[in-house]
Write a protein that binds this ligand. Structure first.
Ligand code: AMP
Ligand code: ZN
Length: 462
């Protein structure tokens, strides 16, 4: 698999730290409003990265944080006269609702910055002790001049920033590129106690703690929109290098920006759309289709015609699938083999830096087969199954895919559930050898078990 790595500015073979496992972190929302349609691009893209890596057999741990303390949250909550924590809780809930409405699979972990405050203070204290950070009047800054790796992710150099000396308004900083790790409190702001007095952390330290505490010191993939490369991700990477001499992540992925009819989306230009608004007029699948029909690194332009076109494409798939009964069909071996070439093409596209636009072209080809009356009904049914299976890897047809995976004869389902109950008993008895054997034997039959906080869930891959 090839992935474009922002840190090296080229496509690279993807090699996870631990074979078979992927640790993935994507920056989540800052919850000061309903998230906009540009944010939706980032959230949907990393949902697809996670789904595709899972489909390729990796055991993925996906962490997406919620930034629930930030200047904008404080400013807006003061404007609206709502306590900041209530305000952040309201928009965190709205984020979870809208992400679910978009068909985004919940990440395995969704840490919030305010929940990890002691660990953030600990990180900043270590940076001070190691000489990479300094205190000035209750603020703490990262000393970028101390770190040779500073600028390596974004390609920005400290000297370039010195040249633009207008940045030097803040006289507490030693270098213009130094960034805030801890901010002294102002009256009326939420505060936490720290060795530097009452204050609150900077955004860049929050993400370091939320990612490393779950995924380890260096993990596989860190992502977000291209606007985060500098300063946010550069400044996260700097803290990791300062503490351990190692990068925070091996691969850095960034999605391109969404513009509205060629312009940057902004409230002042009156072209600002929340995802919640768009979802009242368009289906989640059409929004997903709109984004995935373009390569994730290219900028994308949002306008009414394009989204209407996406809606038509999705309707077209839905109509084909509703015209044909593809559940419980007797498999036509020869034809299934023929369909393998479609799956191979799909994988080739997605393995090439998540080329979802090419992968969608494979879905169109399958759709053509379903509609081709010249083919045998079983051939068309098989094409429909493949369409649902591959489409669901990109997050389409989620309900149909669930139906398909539960279209095993009832007795098989009961037997799988019986084996899971036996495995639960084996685990309760600490009989790990038996519980592992049950899991592995089921895996050999294409049935994957996954332990979640609410119990074991299974899935079936044909
Ligand atoms: P924020 O809540 O602003 O921190 O953004 C959440 C995610 O959305 C981040 O990964 C951003 O990089 C991404 N993002 C913000 N604006 C856009 C946009 N117009 N197009 C694409 N991604 C965006
Ligand atoms: Zn972040």
């Amino acid at each position: 698999m090839q992935i474009y790595n922002t840190a090296t500015h080229r496509k690279e073979e993807f090699i996870p730290i631990t074979p078979g496992q992927v640790k993935l972190y994507a920056c989540g929302p800052t919850v000061y409003d309903y998230f906009h349609i540009g944010n939706a691009r980032a959230f949907l893209f990393f949902d697809v990265v996670r789904r595709y890596l899972e489909y390729r057999g990796y055991d993925v741990t996906y962490v997406q944080n919620i930034t629930d303390i930030d200047d904008k949250i404080i400013a807006r909550s003061l404007e609206e006269g709502i306590p900041f924590d209530e305000f952040a809780a309201k928009y965190s809930r709205a984020f979870l609702e809208d992400a679910a409405a978009l068909g985004i699979k919940p990440p395995h972990h969704q840490p919030r910055a305010t929940e990890v405050m002691p660990a953030i203070i600990d990180l900043i204290s270590q940076l001070v002790e190691l000489g990479y950070a300094y205190e000035a009047e209750g603020d703490v800054y990262f000393d970028t001049a101390r770190l040779p790796e500073y600028g390596s992710l974004s390609g920005k150099r400290i000297e370039d920033q010195k040249a633009g000396a207008r940045v030097a308004e803040n006289t507490l900083k030693r270098n213009p590129s130094d960034f805030t790790l801890w901010k002294n409190s102002k009256p009326g702001e939420p505060v936490w106690e720290s060795p530097w007095g009452l204050g609150r952390p900077g955004w860049h330290s929050e993400c370091v703690v939320m990612s490393q505490s779950i995924l380890g010191q260096t993990f596989d993939i860190h992502g977000g929109g291209v606007d985060l490369v500098f300063p946010h991700h550069e400044n996260e990477q700097a803290q990791a290098y300062a503490i351990s001499g190692k990068p925070l992540a091996n691969y850095w992925l960034h999605n391109g920006f969404l513009n509205i009819e060629g312009e940057k989306m902004s409230k002042s230009l009156d072209n600002f759309f929340t995802t919640r608004d768009i979802l009242t007029q368009h289906s989640a699948e059409a929004i997903r289709f709109f984004f995935l029909s373009k390569h994730y690194r290219s900028p994308i332009d949002f306008n009414r015609e394009i989204i209407a076109e996406s809606e038509r494409a999705i309707d077209n798939f839905r109509n084909s699938l509703s015209d044909i009964d593809y559940l419980n069909l007797p498999a036509d071996e020869g034809y299934l083999q023929e369909l393998e070439s479609f799956e191979a093409e799909f994988i080739r596209a997605m393995d090439d830096d998540f080329n979802s636009a090419k992968a969608i072209a494979v879905l169109f080809d399958l759709n053509g087969r379903i509609r081709n009356q010249g083919l045998e009904p079983s051939q068309r049914q098989n094409a429909a199954r493949m369409l649902v299976r591959l489409g669901s890897v990109l997050g389409f047809f989620q309900n149909l895919a669930a139906e398909l995976s539960s279209s095993l004869p009832d007795l098989s389902i009961q037997l799988i559930e019986l084996l899971i109950a036996y495995r639960d008993q084996a685990r309760a008895d600490k009989n790990w050898a038996l519980s592992d054997k049950i899991r592995d034997d089921l895996a050999a039959l294409g049935i994957t078990l996954k332990d979640t906080p609410t119990g074991c869930v299974w899935s079936h891959k044909e």
